[in-house]
Design a protein around this ligand. Structure first.
Ligand SMILES: Cc1cc2nc3c(=O)[nH]c(=O)nc-3n(C[C@H](O)[C@H](O)[C@H](O)COP(=O)(O)O)c2cc1C
Length: 442
């Protein structure tokens, strides 16, 4: 999983290694942020800890595509195929994750080099941890990235957002019956694991381990945890085992969130850690809290917008942008067949997710990954009175500051497509030389 990923990243020339002693409080995050959280960095010498740390792994589209053996053109279909055709996992007796099992004198504050990222953060936070819970009704593995505030040697609290009603319901029922929820936090995984984790349970109701197997094209090898009835990847780096304690909450936050503001401070469920498994020389995985680290979430939202629009218009591609927190903004390209296609695309996009706030529809001759090209379409194909649709006072994202401030959110759709068959919109070209091979000239 992570080790294979690091080898691959290294071979592709993407990684940087930092051997200087770095303080996990603020300094480490500043280094990651300098590179916009898009460069994978291995920190060999984290002040106060023996464990090395890797950050900035999954914040760049091209790195994602290279790691998952896909590309811009095929990725949506690859993800759709895995969601539609999940594959079984393979339970094996033991694996590298069981090389070290700690059940006594647990102290995560000494063992794990957990960073503190922002000035007002309430504590250090495990930000890349994958929370695994077995669904008591289906037996499926429910997994998703959650942040965990470090409260003490053995205690962390987790944020389960309103976007995860399924897990909230599991926790609610445990509180009703006063029975703890067994759980595990997995660190040290690959890009496919992260992508699989971002599939919405309430939408698909899938065992995401099985989606992982489908994405990889081979069964995920899992082992039983040491102290709880949960299966975890045999080749991950670190597993924290324990239980979510019923009817016990701890104030969580402030925490510098993905849009760069501090989110809500509220009482949240706590997990009591009973056991830690880790590989020899484990690598701690960190995600600096920021927009780039939510790219995996945006990649799955693109699948959802694409499938919502594909029965309405001839959609070509969609970019849920990093600038919009990988959830608030989308740029969609279509092959327009009817004059109304641009508006239909706006309706379906905004209807596909409450989080989407602004959407721009362009023709397929516009590169939706180039701000210059999108701006060209906005500048030359839009007349505000005809092409801008405003929907007032809709539900928005709890992670969007102006929505939180107002309690609701306005939505905007911009139809930046050109009129059909209109000669004045023909783009000037250089005949025969549009795709010039420049290597012939120098
Ligand atoms: C880096 C990162 C951090 C995240 N942190 C949280 C979090 O703290 N709490 C949360 O509920 N969701 C968080 N998410 C979003 C969930 O992982 C995501 O919505 C997931 O699809 C939820 O799965 P579910 O529908 O099975 O609950 C995070 C996502 C990423 C990529």
């Amino acid at each position: 999983m992570l080790r294979y990923t690091l080898d691959k990243l290294n071979n592709l020339g993407y990684t940087k290694v930092c051997s200087k002693k770095v303080d996990p409080k603020f300094e480490l995050g500043a280094v990651l942020k300098y590179f916009d959280n898009e460069v994978p960095i291995i920190f060999k010498n984290v002040k106060g800890y023996d464990m090395q740390l890797v950050g900035g792994l999954y914040g760049n589209r091209q790195i994602f595509y290279d790691l998952m053996n896909t590309n811009k053109e095929n990725r949506i279909f690859k993800f759709m195929d895995a969601i539609a055709n999940p594959q079984e996992t393979k339970l094996i007796y033991t694996g590298p994750i069981k090389e070290n099992i700690i059940t006594k004198n647990i102290d995560i504050t000494k063992l794990l080099p957990t960073p503190t990222s922002h000035e007002k953060d309430s504590s250090s936070f495990i930000t890349a941890g994958m929370l695994l819970v077995k669904d008591p009704e289906t037996g499926d593995t429910h997994m998703a990235v959650r942040r965990f505030q470090v409260n003490s040697k053995t205690n962390i609290s987790t944020l389960i957002s309103g976007a995860s009603p399924h897990l909230r319901e599991i926790v609610r029922k445990s509180e009703e019956s006063n029975k703890p929820v067994e759980c595990a936090v997995v660190l040290g995984y690959d890009a496919e694991y992260l992508i699989a984790s971002q599939i919405s349970s309430s939408k698909y109701g899938l065992d995401k381990h099985k989606v992982y197997s489908a994405l990889k094209g081979e069964a995920l090898e899992v082992v039983k945890c040491h102290s709880v009835d949960i299966e975890v990847p045999a080749y991950c780096e670190i597993v924290l085992e324990g239980e979510i304690v019923p009817n016990k909450k701890v104030i969580e936050g402030p925490f510098g969130e993905l849009m760069g503001y501090y989110g809500e401070v509220a009482p949240n469920p706590v997990m009591e850690i009973k056991c830690i498994m880790h590989r020899d020389n484990p690598i701690f995985q960190h995600a600096f809290p920021c927009r780039e680290e939510h790219l995996s979430n945006g990649l799955i939202r693109e699948v959802e917008i694409f499938s919502a629009l594909s029965s309405v218009v001839d959609i070509k591609d969609v970019n849920v942008t990093i600038g919009g927190g990988c959830r608030l903004h989308a740029i969609v390209s279509i092959d327009k067949k009817n004059e109304g296609d641009g508006k239909s695309a706006i309706l379906s996009s905004l209807g596909s997710s409450k989080d989407l706030k602004h959407v721009v529809i362009v023709d397929s001759d516009v590169d939706i990954y180039s701000y210059k090209d999108v701006e060209f379409a906005l500048a030359s194909r839009v007349q505000a009175s005809d092409d801008i649709v405003v929907i007032k006072n809709a539900l928005g994202s709890a992670l969007e500051a102006s929505h939180v401030y107002k309690g609701f959110s306005d939505k905007i759709g911009i139809d930046a497509t050109k009129p059909l068959n209109e000669e004045s919109f023909k783009r000037a070209i250089i005949p025969e030389y549009e795709d010039i091979d420049i290597t012939n000239y120098f």
